[in-house]
Write a protein that binds this ligand. Sequence first.
Ligand code: AMP
Ligand code: ZN
Ligand code: FE
Ligand code: FE
Length: 284
Amino acid sequence: MTVENTSRIDLHTHTRASDGLDTPAELVANASRQGISVLGVTDHDTVDALAEVQREADAAGIALVPGVELSTTVGRGEVHILGYFVDPRDDALRDRLRELANQRIHRVERMIERLHELGYHVDRDAIMAEAEEGSVGRPHVARALIDIGAVADVGEAFDRFLKSGRPAYIPRDPFSPEDAVRLLVAHAAVPVLAHPYSTKDIDGTLDRLVPVGLRGLETYYAEYTPEQHAALRRIADGRELLPTGGSDYHGAGFREGRELGSAPVPDEVAERLFDLHRSLGRRT
Ligand code: AMP
Ligand code: ZN
Ligand code: FE
Ligand code: FE
């Protein structure tokens, strides 16, 4: 693996605590190898990896930004909200995340039932075991479909079965992006709109979320083009939002365009994020 064209900052990564492939130790070792000095770990709806990631990051001399990525629904679409500087020892936050994780288990069980009805006998126990009591989701179901030879890869699993409108798709319980932002604000975290082009209407979404406490816009998302980075930067600057960035790494080769350290995040972003965190801490 080359280290060219990589940034020393990556604020959007996943571990096995949600649907990533790396353990905390593997993620930190890979980050170290890539020359990353500021690492954000943002598992879906769980902070379970963060204590171990913190120990590994301390040992490796990497500054960890402990985070989470909350999945919310707007109509038939999804909006993801990143929360930076969550405290993994915050029991009230963990309780709320546990509820979301339980909803995930229930949803995945219904997807498995649906697949069984369709004649695709994915292994329920293997799916749940792979998730290892972390945050189970559609990628785990996709891997089970690969295991039984129903599909060739994760992309085909989503396209044929798992994405909205496909036969094994089950919608989430409603959890609005406003609720996610408020939850993060209540727990002294910095809420950021993830991969903004996933939403059809960025300005409308920001109109809703900035008033309830959104503080940043994921501007330097690895999969986006330089033109998109520039357009998002203009929006972030115009609304005085922090322009963050990251790769959305889930493991080597998990998905093209999402390799660790592949997002062009400027150095000033980390400084501004740490400053923002410090200023929030002073106010409470
Ligand atoms: P879930 O949280 O269970 O709804 O699953 C969402 C996860 O599925 C995200 O982390 C994405 O990385 C992954 N995902 C969503 N759509 C696709 C797709 N079309 N192909 C591959 N992975 C996808
Ligand atoms: Zn994911
Ligand atoms: Fe996301
Ligand atoms: Fe993500």
